[in-house]
Design a protein around this ligand. Sequence first.
Ligand SMILES: Cc1cc2nc3c(=O)[nH]c(=O)nc-3n(C[C@H](O)[C@H](O)[C@H](O)COP(=O)(O)O)c2cc1C
Ligand code: SF4
Ligand code: SF4
Length: 340
Amino acid sequence: MNVLLLYFSGTGITRYYSSLIEEEFKKRGHNCQTLDIEELTDLPLLWQRRPVALSYTIRAESRRPLSKFPWPYYDLPMALKYAREIPEFNILKSDWSRYDLIGFGSPVYAFRPAPVMIRFMLDLPRFEKEIPVFSFATHDGAQGDFEAFMKLSLAKKGLNHIGHLDQSFIYSAAAVMRSKMNHVKSGKLLIKKSEAARNKIAHFIERIESDPVGRVVPFRARDILSKIIGIPYRFFYSYGIDFMLNYTLFGFGINKEDCVQCMTCVRQCPQGLIELDKDDYPIRYYHCMYCLRCLNWCPTNALYFSPTTQGKARFPGPEILLEAAERYDEKHKRKKNSNS
Ligand SMILES: Cc1cc2nc3c(=O)[nH]c(=O)nc-3n(C[C@H](O)[C@H](O)[C@H](O)COP(=O)(O)O)c2cc1C
Ligand code: SF4
Ligand code: SF4
């Protein structure tokens, strides 16, 4: 099989998940290529021409407007309803009809796909043949309508959605509200979750190999107890995340004395929403999708979204966490060897 994986990743977890999927396809003798949609297209330009946003951002913009200018956000259902080909907007020229299977991946934001991923999918040209496609997500246990939105968006391009893969790894959004983040502990958690992810991926690919166009039945825990425990967990999340997004994460503040004007935040914003003010300090005039990349990647921790994120931990990305866990294990192995 010739497989393509297209993904968006805010802080690196979905990118890491794509690499695990790619690894498994290759292990089983398939061709597999992974592409970050930000390398394929000018994502900020694509998004700014027809901005689509999650309802929490739209709610925030009406409750606490950051700008005096109206911003023509579409919410996800509206973007799907009014999705249509506009050739002059179509900056995605690639036709991937040569692939036998395509995966589309995104983090879950407020129970839905990242708005920039939806924009990307809706702006794809219609494919010449009906290719089987699947969606994949990384999240923290509460996917909500994610799969349904991916399926609807892909159907607009005439693609045949055959299944969905997902994995909960680490809740990157929680890091920015904690005073510290233990890299070794998080790295070990990531390693443990990766094992579960690999098993799930292998099962998923096996099903596709046996019937490449048939619907893949998702691999879910059958344990009744875990299902019962899952009910309050999901309930907590649906309210917890909504509360967090609406009351603790919104805004854009900068400690000017800490900013070294390196432009990292400006370059990293997938929605192209960070600009420089008259004194060359970053400013964001509108609410964004809150992927947290600018906050996490600022080298001097000068940015904050609300008082709850000021001076708090940052999520460094999966590679740094994995490296910390490996280094810790190596050190302990050496210590053990020298003692014995
Ligand atoms: C703004 C925001 C909203 C989120 N909403 C949800 C959610 O509704 N459900 C969930 O399970 N995880 C949620 N998460 C967690 C992310 O889906 C998870 O950390 C994901 O793996 C991040 O992937 P990335 O590093 O590729 O961006 C949210 C994270 C952020 C930043
Ligand atoms: S990334 Fe941080 S230091 Fe660099 S310009 Fe942005 S706020 Fe300033
Ligand atoms: S402003 Fe920051 S959090 Fe918002 S979309 Fe841009 S990079 Fe992500």
